[in-house]
Design a protein around this ligand. Structure first.
Ligand code: HEM
Length: 305
């Protein structure tokens, strides 16, 4: 890019401020007194590094808190990319593939980092500090749910037992009650919602319903189906779609389950779910893009090798 001359810069500033009824001179004078930016002000390091507050005296609790915070930051980066892709009118297959691979790389990172978490804390300390976080659970990560709503049609997130009675005309609030993850928050026998689930809904249900509606026609699967037929056959794009589905719904889920197996063993989860069954990809069979997998691949979804 060629360097702009000072007159051109001034002209552009005049134009910019004229458009918002502002005086250019006032803004230029403001620049005379403005503070030069530093790294720590720009990145907000002081704020960021003050968000790690332990509830116990056990040092490994810090690992647990910070690792979750890192996950939430990466979830935010994923949603940032999804928002751009899903709000692009008629995305080119190259752009679509690039965005999807970037999103997948974030998830790949979260998956491999579960290895760090696997040996990151002493089980002994975990068994003590987990009591202070009960009944909270990663289950209550709202961003994780938003990622799912942005990825696929709602029907693919509905508990398999109820899919036959739900379609695109079902009201969002009804579909919401039958999302696969409701199973983790309900008593099987009575259907009564747990405190964990009630609190989660109290805080986020309205936002979830809004997001479900917004992404009904612009989630990643819909964006793919809206591409011209030829673009839907683009091999790189298909690889990227499958990779994303696999890394979110099998690799991450298995990394997560293995961490839970190591730390909880035969015990109860802080959120109180029937976690050994619930968290296995074979049980949930959560698949964002079922049409991109062969019958055999679908039949063996989540089989542990
Ligand atoms: C040692 C580390 C971890 C353990 C032992 C663990 C354990 C569990 C358990 C047992 C559940 C089932 C729900 C319940 O609590 O009853 C769960 C759900 C969940 N956890 Fe974790 N977790 C760990 C780390 C993480 C991290 C780092 C994240 C990232 C934010 C996370 C996100 C989630 C999510 C999104 C769910 C709901 C999954 C679903 O509905 O399929 N967990 N976790």
């Amino acid at each position: 890019m060629t360097k702009l001359h000072r007159e051109d810069l001034l002209e552009q500033l005049e134009e910019k401020y004229k458009n918002i009824d502002q005086k250019t001179n006032t803004h230029l004078e403001g620049l005379v007194w403005s503070k030069p930016i530093t790294y720590w002000d720009y990145i907000q390091t002081d704020a960021l590094l003050n968000l790690q507050i332990q509830r116990t005296t056990l040092p490994d609790e810090m690992v647990f808190i910070m690792y979750h915070q890192v996950n939430e930051l990466i979830f935010k980066m994923i949603l940032w990319e999804m928002d751009q892709l899903c709000h692009t009118d008629k995305p080119e297959p190259t752009y679509f593939t690039e965005k999807l691979m970037r999103i997948s790389r974030y998830f790949d990172m979260l998956t491999t980092s579960f290895d760090i978490m696997g040996d990151g804390m002493s089980i002994n300390q975990y068994m003590k500090f987990r009591n202070t976080l009960t009944p909270a659970s990663g289950f209550q990560s709202a961003q994780y749910r938003l990622i799912e709503f942005s990825s696929t049609d709602l029907i693919n997130l509905i508990d398999h037992r109820f899919r036959a009675n739900i379609d695109r005309n079902t009201p969002y609030s009804h579909a919401f009650e039958h999302l696969y993850w409701q199973a983790a928050g309900k008593d099987h026998a009575t259907g009564k919602k747990s405190f964990l689930l009630l609190e989660f809904e109290r805080k986020y249900k309205a936002e979830f319903l809004r997001h479900m509606e917004e992404y009904n026609t612009i989630n990643i699967w819909q964006k793919f189906k809206q591409l011209p037929e030829n673009d839907q056959k683009n091999p790189e794009l298909i690889i990227a779609m499958r990779h994303f589905d696999h890394t979110v719904n099998i690799t991450w889920v298995m990394g997560h389950l293995n961490a839970a197996r190591k730390y909880i063993g035969d015990g109860d989860a802080t959120g109180g779910s029937d976690w050994k069954k619930y968290m296995h990809p074979k049980y949930q069979r959560r698949i964002f893009f079922p049409e991109l997998w062969s019958q055999e691949e679908l039949d063996n979804w989540g089989e542990e090798k």
